[in-house]
Design a protein around this ligand. Structure first.
Ligand code: HEM
Length: 119
């Protein structure tokens, strides 16, 4: 049996490292950086990590609001959504995640598009 995506991403430590990189990339990405200017990067990295640990087959750590509640009222457009996917791909590459796992993560993120965009 194929191990869970959680295990293949390096478990909790691996996913925390990916999410730390992801938040740093968002803060440096001119298309979306202003969105994150007032957000505590460590708290966001930890929350994003817990969300993905929970969603990839790891322990159920995420206790934050659902994705609609988080992003409602932000009016996120398609370009911003793609910028987040670009950063996710780069963070996965930086952490040496394999192509198959990259594809699985991007598929999950893409499937969440209706829950974060244009709300
Ligand atoms: C599939 C795509 C996305 C996922 C899975 C996602 C996931 C999350 C999660 C888990 C949090 C933390 C929620 C909390 O603990 O309160 C969060 C916060 C946030 N997200 Fe997203 N997000 C996505 C796309 C986006 C996009 C495209 C933008 C805009 C460029 C965005 C902007 C934000 C901001 C600004 C926060 C911080 C809210 C705050 O703390 O005030 N997100 N997101």
């Amino acid at each position: 049996m194929t191990p869970s995506l959680y295990d293949r991403l390096g478990g909790s430590d691996g996913i925390r490292a990916i999410c730390r990189d992801l938040v740093a990339l968002h803060r440096a990405n001119p298309r979306i950086a202003p969105r994150f200017a007032e957000v505590d990067p460590d708290a966001l990295g930890e929350s994003a990590a817990r969300f993905f640990i929970t969603g990839s087959g790891g322990p159920a750590l995420y206790e934050g609001p659902d994705m609609v509640a988080v992003h409602q009222g932000m009016n996120i457009d398609g370009e911003e959504f793609l910028a987040v996917l670009d950063d996710a791909l780069q963070a996965l590459n930086q952490q040496g995640v394999g192509q198959r796992e990259q594809e699985e993560v991007l598929f999950i993120l893409y499937s969440l598009k209706p829950q974060v965009m244009m709300l």
